[in-house]
Design a protein around this ligand. Sequence first.
Ligand code: ADP
Ligand code: MG
Length: 245
Amino acid sequence: MLRVESIQKSFDGFMAVNRADLVVDKGEIVAVIGPNGAGKTTLFRLITGHLQPEKGRVIFKDSDITGLPPHQICRRGVSLSFQVVNIFSRMTVFENVQVAVLSHKKKTYKFFSPARNHGVRETREILENVGLADKAGSVSGSLSHGDQKVLEIAIALGNSPELLILDEPTAGMSPEETSVTIELIKRLTSHMGLTILFCEHDMELVFSVAHNIMVMQQGRSIVQAGPDEVRNNKQVQEAYLGEAE
Ligand SMILES: Nc1ncnc2c1ncn2[C@@H]1O[C@H](COP(=O)(O)OP(=O)(O)O)[C@@H](O)[C@H]1O
Ligand SMILES: [Mg+2]
């Protein structure tokens, strides 16, 4: 579904992503791991068009999407949920998702226009899928941090993506919220047929949900393989998992 080839991005001469490669197959959950500053967020932003690569290519479903603007990449079916919560905090949970659904359908959301009645079924469906249906009428800013992160995922789903990219989906979550989110990620792939690419520093989470793991270090992709192979990889142990032994 997605193939990133030798992609590169530097900031003022500092190589944040250095000829990284990544492959994501349809229906898979793929994790990118690596220490802080390894280049994970930059890699995701290169894929979604929020940053322009200096070198390399991004291929999505057999077409070259390298350098396209974010809205075009989003329209083709790639949606990114940010590391930092990014919601309209004064709007309700329902309205936040409805705005995404309507904007995907190229309808403008206005409070007193008929558009308000559009996208209602889709919005309800998404909220049920992510487990926020009972909080649909709540003001988003009043949600717990964990629920706000889940709302971010719901907003990303409003774009009807085929590939959902999550940047540290459980950052700052309690252990209970984390396990709910893990179940959600699994359900989105197994029941809704989504493909998920995410990065995360919680190793337990990564190894329990990911079918495939890519390890980044100083902007490079040092290995991509199944969880067992990654766990047993010497280079990975030395570079990253060493202290856990
Ligand atoms: N907009 C930017 N300007 C300058 N440096 C940046 C910018 N974005 C990221 N970096 C640097 O690039 C490196 C990789 O960052 P990032 O992709 O956020 O890593 P990660 O998500 O793996 O923690 C870091 O050293 C970071 O400081
Ligand atoms: Mg990051």
